[in-house]
Design a protein around this ligand. Structure first.
Ligand code: NAD
Length: 297
């Protein structure tokens, strides 16, 4: 299939490479010349604007942009896709944005005759490179079925979450829980160690008891407990504190719009915000444990 792809960053770059590997033809656009060069060297055709992508004979366009402001600009702006794309071309936005913006852009696309799905991902840059992302997809069942084989070239779990915007709903709800659970594990590990326990023994007890969760058994924030976790390599790589802060902001903002209390989500947002303000935004989010440790291990 001939696919348009906009946004070739840390996630979009490797996702585009996996589409090329699967035999699809790609016409790509990114504001970054370096990102464009990497995609073109891998076999993609360069376009010099979103309009040029829209005017290419593509059957589907995928976007992977930083935030809602970029998504609105690329789809709804006067130089954007919707003013120029042929009707029936399917549109898939995989950026992580708030559900309300996703619904608004999808409505505008559908009014112009373009089916649209929101399909944010989890799995990080490692999952993007390996083609093992999870896609949380919002939109009609028929559009989901059409997109499924394409998404399968970039991901392993492709989940239909319901109507437009529900992919983003699933993403913000999951990541809010992740942000909260990481702080819970950090607090419990710090308490146990400060009271005299060996961190590995404590983690072992938690992981075979009722406190167990992904943040404790796969991504434990205490250094040295899990060899392959960011905590054991100075909190480098992994999922950055600023990305977690962005997702918690989306969750609390979406909650505010419907007057749904997210008490722990808001508290978690403030803790990561302070941690980021202290200069730690680039560290993996599990480094939040440093706010609890009396002596940094
Ligand atoms: P990134 O900043 O590395 O890449 C974004 C790319 O979009 C950049 O190359 C930038 O030049 C390009 N861009 C920005 N505005 C543009 C425009 N108007 N037209 C064309 N290109 C434009 O970000 P990323 O890490 O790839 O993340 C992309 C999205 O995926 C974000 O919404 C993020 O929250 C989400 N996400 C990221 C991760 C992760 O681990 N990095 C994991 C899951 C989801």
């Amino acid at each position: 299939m001939h696919i348009g792809f906009l946004g070739l960053g840390n996630m979009g770059g490797p996702m585009a490479l996996n589409l090329l590997k699967a035999g699809h033809r790609l016409t790509v656009f990114d504001l970054s010349p370096e990102a464009m060069t990497r995609a073109v060297e891998a076999g993609a055709t360069a376009a010099d604007s979103p309009i040029a992508v829209a005017r290419a004979p593509v059957e589907l366009i995928i976007t992977m942009l930083p935030a809602a402001i970029h998504v609105r600009q690329v789809y709804l702006g006067s130089q954007g896709l919707l003013n120029h794309v042929r009707p029936d071309v399917m549109l898939i936005d995989s950026s992580t944005i708030d559900p309300m913006s996703a619904r608004e852009v999808a409505r505008a696309a559908q009014e112009r005759g373009n089916p649209m799905l929101d399909a944010p991902v989890s799995g990080g840059t490692g999952g993007a490179a390996a083609g093992t992302l999870t896609f949380m997809v919002g939109g009609s069942a028929a559009d989901f079925d059409r997109a499924q084989p394409i998404l399968a070239a970039m991901g392993k779990n492709i989940v239909h979450c319901g109507d437009s915007g529900n992919g983003q709903v699933a993403k913000v709800a999951n990541n809010m829980l992740l942000g909260i659970s990481m702080i819970g594990v950090a607090e419990a590990m710090s308490l146990g160690v400060s009271l005299g326990m060996d961190p590995a023994v404590l983690a072992g007890v938690i992981n075979t008891s009722s406190g167990r969760c992904w943040s404790s058994d796969t991504y434990n924030p205490y250094p040295g407990v899990l060899e392959n976790a960011p905590a054991s390599r100075g909190y480098s790589g992994g999922f950055g504190t600023d990305l977690m802060l962005k997702d918690l902001g989306l969750a609390t903002e979406a909650a505010k719009q419907i007057r749904q209390p997210v008490i722990l989500g808001a508290l978690a947002q403030q803790l990561y915000q302070r941690f980021s303000a202290d200069g730690n935004g680039g560290l993996d989010f599990s480094a939040i444990i440093q706010t609890y440790l009396r002596q940094q291990p």
